[in-house]
Design a binder for this molecule. Structure first.
Ligand code: BG6
Length: 477
């Protein structure tokens, strides 16, 4: 279904995110017919660029990051016709009146700030002082949203000086992933799970976001952030919230976000003993983290695992184990819901039994697996075996349905004015309020992260975090 006509202004159009995700996402939406005739995209950056140079930049980005689709030259040219460029100096005065002239009065206006957070405030203010923002406009900001509670609060304050909360779209691209939304459908559109979705029936939950890649060209940023700020405070926290939250009364942005905030507020303080930080060392032909970022003394974690307890009626006694890291043996993101064993077993013991689990896979192949126990088929008597019921979303997609990247979905939600999959200001602040003392705790202790081999499964101590509770992580593969 096409959305209403819009003017989308992308600040930072020559940046990595715009070239890699935003432009290919928009192009893909154009290909499937979701962009209306009246859709316009205005790219903006600090450099001078002729329209033809800009179109070349966009064409090259699409050929590089959306190679299959960009081969359709008619579609590509039609897409390029929707795009224009304006040079705007976000910190100085230049370019705002030119931008104002390009915008149409009667269509949706959205401003996507794919720029450093230090520019969020100045751009929001300029949009206002130059009369470019209207009460219906939307402003989209990328992560990192703050470095700690204090900086997140001041970013919120800067944005709110010029926009109302209902106009602010804070992106966490994990919320745009198919499986993440499916988590809500799975939980709240079925009667099967919800009666079991509590501490009485669930032994523990594991949330793993393992990456095989390293920090790439972002060493400077990453070395100041680490896995806790880069991944846990936002992406893993969102996964935890959607897994743990109470059913919202309706699918409205605030009903959903209210429930997520309640989960964050119910998180118990995490003891330093329940956190394992790691940093990868040279192995299997990979440089070490410190060599890669060029900081031999770095104590930044490229891996973190922790045990988190949620102090509420539903979850008391059921820990959530979180782990994420770079340069691990596989790219594997999943939520594993481990059910308790039956109270009384009448069958012979099954060696190596793992137990009932619902595995919600986010990456690489999105889908759901249910591990269940059956009788081992055949004549060998009543012996037990474990089997999995597997559902891959790619196979389950109805004919003709097109998989969507997280960014495409989120950009279309901005145009539709649906904030459900965006973080509210208080939600981001609550997550920092939880994360800050943990980060301060290890900084005060001058703690060094535990080394782990690049290409491995993370530090030994992360395995111990579960072993000591009589549990084990599901293998990353
Ligand atoms: C980003 C982090 O937010 O998410 C990166 O800054 C990380 O460090 C990326 O690699 C992971 O996203 P995805 O979608 O590839 O799992």
């Amino acid at each position: 279904i096409p959305v209403d006509p819009f003017d989308l202004v992308i600040f930072g159009i020559t940046g990595d995110l715009a070239r890699r995700k935003i432009l290919p996402g928009l192009f893909h939406r154009a290909l499937v017919g979701q962009l209306p005739e009246g859709a316009r995209v205005i790219g903006s950056a600090r450099s001078d660029m002729e329209q033809s140079e800009f179109q070349d930049m966009v064409r090259n980005s699409l050929l590089e990051f959306a190679p299959g689709t960009a081969a359709d030259t008619d579609a590509l040219n039609a897409f390029l016709d929707k795009l224009s460029y304006v040079r705007v100096d976000a910190t100085g005065g230049g370019g705002w009146s030119e931008l104002a002239k390009l915008l149409r009065p009667d269509v949706i206006r959205a401003f996507y700030l794919s720029v450093s957070p230090s520019l969020f405030g100045p751009i929001a203010a300029s949009l206002n002082t130059h009369g470019i923002a209207t009460p219906q406009s939307r402003i989209v900001v990328e992560k990192p949203f703050g470095h700690d509670l204090e900086t997140a609060r001041s970013l919120n304050a800067e944005l709110r000086r010029n926009f109302d909360e209902h106009q602010i779209y804070r992106i966490d691209h994990y919320l745009g992933k198919e499986t993440v939304q499916n988590l809500m459908a799975l939980r709240f559109a079925n009667s099967l799970w919800e009666p079991l979705w509590n501490a009485t029936h669930i032994d523990h939950v594991q949330i793993t976001v393992a990456e095989s890649i390293g920090v790439g060209g972002r060493g400077d940023y990453y070395d100041r952030s680490g896995a806790m700020r880069d991944m846990v405070q936002n992406h893993l926290m969102q996964l935890l919230c959607l897994t743990a939250m109470e059913p919202p009364s309706k699918l409205s942005p605030n009903a959903v976000r209210d429930e997520k905030v309640k989960v964050i507020e119910a998180l118990e303080p995490v003891a330093q003993d329940d956190i394992v930080r790691g940093q990868y060392r040279q192995a299997a032909g990979n440089d070490s983290y410190v060599d890669h970022v060029g900081n031999p003394d770095s104590r930044t974690e490229s891996f973190v695992a922790m045990k988190v307890n949620i102090g509420n009626w539903r979850w008391a006694g059921t820990p959530f184990y979180l782990r994420t890291g770079k340069k691990l043996r596989a790219r594997c993101s999943e939520i594993v819901v481990m059910f308790r064993d039956p109270p009384h077993m009448i069958f012979p013991k099954l060696e190596g039994r793992r137990g009932n689990a619902l595995i919600i896979r986010l990456q690489p192949d999105e889908g759901i697996t249910l591990r269940t126990t059956i009788k081992e088929p055949g004549p060998g008597g009543l012996r037990l075996a474990e089997v999995t019921l597997d559902m891959t979303f790619a196979d389950a997609l109805s004919d003709g349905a097109e998989a969507q990247d997280a960014y495409e979905r989120l950009i279309m939600d901005v145009i539709r004015g649906d904030q459900t999959l965006f973080m509210r200001g208080d939600e981001v602040e609550a997550a920092w309020e939880w994360a800050d003392p943990l980060i301060a705790g290890w900084a005060e202790a001058h703690q060094r992260p535990h080394p782990y081999d690049a290409g491995g499964s993370g530090p030994e101590d992360a395995l111990m975090l579960l072993h000591r509770d009589g549990r084990r992580w599901r293998e990353m593969d």
